[in-house]
Design a protein. Structure first.
Length: 176
């Protein structure tokens, strides 16, 4: 009976992993899902390299063939050519924001996507006033009450934010 439960448990984990993979947006070279897990992750955008250079990037655009390589990439920081990226995603789940910390260039758009069963309202700190970066407040935009919030960071600095509706879920955007 114990062996049967173990087999069932492994099958459930595999099915859940496949379901998660199926729902991750496909990378077409213009959209990048920031790497990460539930711990402290960082994604860095870098426009110092020429797009025509034949250099390897820590983030694969065509998917990996090796599970170990994919896991290593998911747990590392990402360095990406700015010209290749239109948006970077931060996913909100019942555990909070993922990745918790990203680094972008000034003028970069970040898309916050709510994949939880509860509402999300992304806003800069301090809670509840949001006065540190008042423009960075989903509630004050057309995205109020929606599951997707796009924000273009036009100020350099380190901007801490939270879900106004569950303020203990926090993250940081560093704008260079």
């Amino acid at each position: 009976m114990n062996k049967k439960n173990t087999v069932i448990g492994v099958l459930v984990i595999i099915i859940l992993a496949l379901a998660v993979i199926a729902f991750i947006p496909k990378n077409n070279g213009n959209v990048v899902l920031a790497p990460g897990n539930s711990s402290d992750e960082n994604a860095t955008l870098n426009n110092d390299r020429d797009m025509n250079e034949n250099t390897e990037s820590p983030v694969q655009t065509n998917g990996g063939n090796n599970e170990e390589e994919e896991e290593e990439e998911a747990n590392s920081s990402a360095t990406l050519d700015d010209d290749m990226i239109e948006e970077i995603f931060v996913i909100y789940t019942k555990e909070g924001f993922n990745p918790k910390s990203i680094t972008v260039n000034k003028g970069q758009t970040v898309r916050f996507i709510n994949e939880s069963a509860t509402p999300m309202s992304v806003a800069s700190n301090d809670h509840p006033t949001h006065n540190i970066y008042p423009e960075f407040d989903q509630y004050k935009t057309d995205a109020r009450g929606k599951s997707v919030f796009d924000f273009t960071f036009d100020k350099t600095g380190e901007w801490q934010y939270h879900n106004h509706l569950q303020a203990n879920h926090e993250g940081t955007v560093i704008v260079k």
